[in-house]
Design a protein around this ligand. Sequence first.
Ligand SMILES: Cc1ncc(COP(=O)(O)O)c(C=O)c1O
Length: 386
Amino acid sequence: MPMPEPGYDIDAWRRRIPLLASCIPFNNCSQSPQTDLTRAAADRYLESWNRTGMDWDAWMEEVRLAKVAFARLIGAAPDEVAVFSSVSEATSAVASALDFTGRKRGVVASEMEFPTSGHVWLAQERRGARVSWVATDDGMIDGAAYDAAIGDDTALVAACSAHYLNGFIQDIGRIVARAHDADALVFTDAYQALGAIPVNVRESGVDFLASGNLKYLMGVPGIAFLYVRPEITNTLHPTVTGWFGRANPFAFDAKRLDWSTGASRFDCGTPPVMNAYIARAGMEMLLAIGIEKIREWHQVLSRRLCEGGRERGLTQHGTSDPARKTANTAFVVTDSHAIEHAMRARGILPSARGPVIRLAPHFYNTIADVDTALDVLAELTRDGRA
Ligand SMILES: Cc1ncc(COP(=O)(O)O)c(C=O)c1O
């Protein structure tokens, strides 16, 4: 049987990633590699700064275009998107807009939330919130577990789109349907999903979606985006705020606190301009390849990782069904950081996280990359180095 191939010119895209000359990146769930396009975007900002000294109009336009690209990725409109420096900050801004003093104080959070999401919601207990947890079962969550956890007192459900440890994908649409029945909102952290699986906020109906860019979106730290469902946006008044959240930021009136209409009311201070240049280039690149095509290739690589891991005697964490996970494939090891170190020395970049070593390929990885990474991991675990 011929080897499967991606539905795009993988060799042409590989040529855009200089790092591939020296190693095989499998750390896309943590930090994806630089491309000539993202590098050129950073250079464009540096050149603009150097040439003009200051070009705020052009820089703000670039931030707007980054919002446009993010909106396209999630099926939203650009004015439904706000910009932040991190997902933690975006989550805090959402939390600050909610009232936990009345009957609805419950926050239902999944145990597979990235810690920052847990921390932000727990911090709201000081403002009256009561956090309860939906348990993970063997690295997964059955959607029905949310049905039982959500009640009349639930104000918000925090459910990541995909698990940062093992890539398990949650059915956000199903969670939204149950939450909206109980008159509760849903916040999804889509950091481990965007760029890896198709996401559409209109289809899921989710109220808030946040993500940064350094994972599958091929960007850098220091920028994140927040989608807010337009039907609720103007009822919310985030108190984590700043001058860019005002109806007219350039009114320079410190005594007047108004909130702009649209998601820009969640914007805070001066946006991360240089990061917006890079983020936009990364997102536009993925849109040019096509998220559906990337997902198809991820599933081929994911299946190879799951089956190849099993054949080599490795223990996988979470589901081995490629339809229910992103390409991130986690193997349980005794010392994940030692394994990461040893694999790096062999030219493979995995990502250690707690009890697992994560192999998270992306659109540019090949089947040969997968086999090499698994061979090295199996050899290291046999050597007793895991
Ligand atoms: C799912 C998820 N959410 C949030 C974060 C962290 O977000 P930030 O550092 O932008 O707050 C990460 C990883 O760093 C993550 O994997």
